[in-house]
Design a binder for this molecule. Structure first.
Ligand code: FE
Length: 137
């Protein structure tokens, strides 16, 4: 089992920006089409903005039309955890970083092949480590 990163609320508040804190620690959502990665095309690995754990590969990112960065699978099945979320009168599945339990977004079953899943994330929960300056397309 992987080692967890556990910090107090105060420590997260100090480490993260206000937006990152609201989204990752308080399960907020950034406005669609406003985050820094929804139309990002560079190759690389998207890591957790709070603890640095690798979460998604650019190769699995696709244009979902939602205005949020969307992926069809995590980099590793153990990197992303899920939890039931019934807030806001909806029944959804929350996705969290398995290492620090940062809120990432939600997963839906309307994604593309090969998984049919849509990991809908907040840009503020991610940090892209670029492989090169080359575009995916
Ligand atoms: Fe994390």
């Amino acid at each position: 089992m992987k080692e967890k990163v556990i910090k107090s609320d105060e420590e997260w508040r100090e480490q993260l920006t206000e937006d990152e804190y609201k989204i990752m620690r308080q399960k907020g959502t950034e406005p669609a089409f406003k985050g820094k990665y929804w139309k990002e095309k560079h190759k690389g690995v998207y890591k957790c903005a709070a603890c640095g754990q690798p979460l998604f590969r650019s190769q699995t990112k696709y244009e979902s039309g939602t205005g949020w960065p969307s992926f069809y699978e995590p980099i590793d099945p153990d990197s992303v955890e899920t939890a039931p979320d019934t807030s806001h009168g909806m029944s959804r599945t929350e996705i969290l970083c398995s290492r620090c339990e940062a809120h990432l977004g939600h997963v839906f079953d309307d994604g593309p092949n090969p998984t049919g899943l849509r990991y809908c994330t907040n840009s503020a929960s991610l940090k892209l480590e670029e492989e090169s300056a080359m575009s995916d397309e």
